[in-house]
Design a binder for this molecule. Sequence first.
Ligand SMILES: NC(=O)C1=CN([C@@H]2O[C@H](COP(=O)(O)OP(=O)(O)OC[C@H]3O[C@@H](n4cnc5c(N)ncnc54)[C@H](OP(=O)(O)O)[C@@H]3O)[C@@H](O)[C@H]2O)C=CC1
Ligand SMILES: Nc1nc(O)c(N)c(N[C@@H]2O[C@H](COP(=O)(O)O)[C@@H](O)[C@H]2O)n1
Length: 265
Amino acid sequence: MGDQTLTFPRLEADKLEPHLPPRECSTPFVTLTFATSLDSALSLAPGTRTALSGPQSKAMTHYLRSRHDAICIGVGTAVADDPGLNCRIQGVGATQQPRPVVIDPNLRWQFTRQSKVLQLAKSGRGLAPFIITTTGTALSPEQQDLLEEHGGKYIALDRDAVTQRVQWRDILLALQSEGLHSLMVEGGGEVINSLLEPGANHLIDSVIVTIAPTWLGRGGVVVSPARRVDAHGHPIPAARLADTNWIPLGEDVVLCGRLAGSKET
Ligand SMILES: NC(=O)C1=CN([C@@H]2O[C@H](COP(=O)(O)OP(=O)(O)OC[C@H]3O[C@@H](n4cnc5c(N)ncnc54)[C@H](OP(=O)(O)O)[C@@H]3O)[C@@H](O)[C@H]2O)C=CC1
Ligand SMILES: Nc1nc(O)c(N)c(N[C@@H]2O[C@H](COP(=O)(O)O)[C@@H](O)[C@H]2O)n1
């Protein structure tokens, strides 16, 4: 995605409104949003940045960023994309920028002063990231200083005793205590697939997916949550959307909905 200022028409924004966090929300509102190909791929290969959204749906993503307190990605995406994670919608100023959140349990992201997200923070066009890591992981004092100099910080959380992962519920609670009440989870594949699992998907309030009219081919990073089975061991769908709204935007279509059965309505 480039650096130019974007606009998103009011008419299209109104169609998204039922799928967005309320202007004031106290509990964490979670929007799962990403761009996918027709073969459910986020990118051509692991570690590869791939443009899928057309100009209109790209502007839509930035409009979504303007409507959330924070944007969450996994360390795989941070390393692959060197993302900016700011909002480039015209008129959105420094004080309205979302907080980037990077889940990096093992401190694999070797960001530098040249990393895009820090450059944007330095120039007042975005915020420095909060990096979710795990308790007991040795922080590098140099990385910590660099992060804090730009206004970011590390947040260390305990791993779940069984999965050895940081639990989504704990991430949301930690962000809430930082005053971040709405989160858009952008990716990548592992992060999205883990959020769609039965133990976590009740935390998702809204799903907004850009579908681009292209097949990326095998070998890409794919959104495909773990297979579920019924009481007899027969396969059942992993998840399904309800209350769907399909919004054509240029050559893409934006699919909005909520996860069927994961929350009481
Ligand atoms: N089209 C789109 O909209 C988007 C595309 N992308 C693309 O996706 C690709 C990256 O995806 P991927 O490689 O899957 O990496 P992810 O960005 O999903 O990061 C995965 C890593 O995050 C850490 N992690 C922490 N908590 C969790 C959790 N609960 N579940 C899963 N992972 C967790 C793990 O790190 P550790 O192994 O150290 O524990 C894991 O390896 C890139 O190519 C990027 O361009 C990314 C975002 C959006
Ligand atoms: N909505 C959307 N469409 C695509 O085609 C994409 N490749 C992505 N990727 C996500 O956006 C991040 C890059 O953001 P910046 O432009 O650098 O701010 C990238 O890291 C993915 O999270 N999204």
